[in-house]
Design a protein around this ligand. Structure first.
Ligand code: SF4
Length: 503
């Protein structure tokens, strides 16, 4: 075990006296050692008993080699590079960078190179071309001292390609960098408190469902197949990473069809749309590929069928959610959205004997059933859907997270804040009595949540890419050894066929 819970105290290595002075008071009770400038002094310091075999922070000033960094910016190293040895990975970097960003500090995340001499002028360019953000002359040499213990490298930029050393203003830029280094100190103590060995339990199933995988594949295939821009109305699925990754491949996201030039290809999102969106697309001569999940289409069909026979349809769900807007739009004059038990107890249909209900697919199963029970108690002739509207993916992920919540001290759910099924996973875990948080990615995990926590459960909403879970586990492993388990609760094999435009 490492760090605060292991009893092995961390140490902060500051190569220069000014760096030590900036940090010494601010990071108490962490000790700050002056380790000396340059590789030779760093290697010598790495042999000191106060530095060897313990969690290490290397903190100090650096030169930026990449464009886009400004004097004063903080760089958290994701790996350390030297000319001669394999890179040293620093997997906890996203956790620390996220904490610094939330503290309002300018921070970038990327490789740091430890060089033999100060890098000037054109020597910066090849390093930048290799993806290096900043250079120093000590971090890699000091990092070796930590052995198996976690290492964190925090550097504040003094000089950049546009602001070289020994030019007017260097002193002021140095002071700005030292001030930001000092301001980062509370995060270093949070990092120290979060260190330790852990058991991590992954819920299975988690992450992409069949409807989300299909929607993403539809956009990818449309981008490959059709010349010219491919537009997507609204977020294809409720996940910021998915949208960003598709944007990088060329997809153009719009809020409304009025933003799409006539005759263009446009993909409609997985949550479904009301009929007027299809009508508008036809008016504008748009080539539509409908990525509505087939399980949402099933709800649309139910709503239309009930409405066609004259029923009032209670749509159990959240009125402002895009899926509910689409389902309500199938029969707007006959659908009443019911958001909770209180609304179920007060709703007034035109004819209490001609009523049916349908549900949003991503609700919490237990809460939705309470609402349906309240409706059934008031309307004995209420028609229920022939098969559950809450989809298999929502149900399975809720079952899985309930299982892991019961055996862990903290649950992290990867997903976006506008993802209904991800939010419900957090609530289900909390109802099991386990603190739970929704995080977009590892960078949103607050180090303070991890202090003293030895068992962490992880799941991901149906719209969250699996690689985000892998990155979160890797980041936690950067705080100490992780004993990783997967709790398989349900096997999922469902796949949906693609629409003919992309099949
Ligand atoms: S969560 Fe369910 S309804 Fe929504 S896209 Fe996935 S499978 Fe379809």
């Amino acid at each position: 075990m490492t760090g605060a819970r292991s009893g092995v105290p961390a140490v902060v290595c500051a190569p220069l006296a000014v760096e030590r002075a900036a940090l010494a008071r601010a990071v108490r009770p962490l000790p700050v050692l002056r380790t000396g400038k340059g590789p030779a002094r760093s290697l010598a310091s790495a042999e000191r008993p106060a530095v060897r075999d313990r969690p290490l922070v290397v903190a100090g000033l650096a030169g930026a080699v990449a464009d886009g960094l400004q004097p004063g910016d903080l760089v958290i190293g994701t790996e350390l590079r030297t000319g001669s040895s394999p890179p040293i990975p620093l997997p906890a970097a996203p956790l620390v960078a996220g904490a610094l960003r939330r503290a309002g500090l300018p921070v970038q995340l990327g490789p740091i190179a430890s060089t033999d001499r100060i890098v000037h002028g054109s020597a910066r360019a090849p390093l930048a071309a290799d993806g290096v953000l900043a250079v120093d002359m000590e971090s890699a040499q000091l990092a070796g001292a930590a052995g198996e213990h976690p290492v964190l490298v925090l550097r504040a930029v003094v000089d950049t390609p546009r602001h070289p050393l020994l030019r007017p203003g260097t002193a002021g830029r140095g002071l700005r960098a030292l001030a930001n280094l000092r301001a980062a100190a509370p995060v270093l103590t949070d990092w120290q408190q979060a260190l330790g060995a852990r058991r991590v339990v992954l819920a299975s199933p988690r992450s992409f469902c069949a409807g989300v995988a299909r929607a993403i594949e539809i956009v990818e295939r449309a981008l490959d197949r059709y010349p010219g821009p491919v537009y997507v109305r609204r977020q294809i699925v409720h996940n910021a990473h998915v949208v960003r990754e598709l944007e990088q491949r060329g997809a153009r996201f719009v809020m409304e069809l009025s933003e799409v030039p006539p005759n263009s290809w446009v993909v409609l999102a997985a949550h479904g749309v009301p009929p007027e969106v299809h009508a508008e697309a036809a008016e504008r001569n748009l080539q539509v590929i409908d990525a509505t999940c087939p399980l949402v289409t099933k709800v649309h069909n139910e709503v239309r069928r009930y409405a066609a026979r004259g029923d009032t349809v209670f749509l159990i769900g959240h009125a402002d959610h895009e899926e509910v807007v689409g389902s309500q739009g199938q029969a707007p004059d006959q659908v009443i959205v019911v958001g909770d038990v209180a609304e179920a107890e007060s709703v007034r249909p035109a004819d209490p004997d001609r009523v049916a209900y349908a549900m949003q697919t991503t609700l919490a199963v237990d809460e939705a059933e309470q609402i349906a029970d309240a409706l059934r108690a008031r309307f004995p002739r209420l028609t229920a859907p022939a098969r559950d509207d809450i989809c298999y993916a929502t149900t399975n992920r809720q079952r899985a997270i309930r299982t892991i919540a019961a055996e862990t001290d903290l649950v992290l759910v990867v997903g976006s804040a506008n993802s209904s099924n991800s939010l419900r996973l957090v609530e289900v875990a909390e109802r099991e009595g386990t603190p739970a948080y929704l995080v977009e990615d590892a960078g949103e995990v607050d180090l303070r949540w991890l202090a003293g926590v030895e068992r962490i459960g992880i799941s991901a909403g149906a719209s969250a890419p699996p690689h985000l879970v892998d990155e979160l586990v890797a980041a936690l492993a950067g705080l100490g050894p992780v004993d990783l388990h997967t709790r398989d609760v349900v096997d999922e094999h469902l796949q949906f066929s693609l629409p003919r435009e992309v099949s």
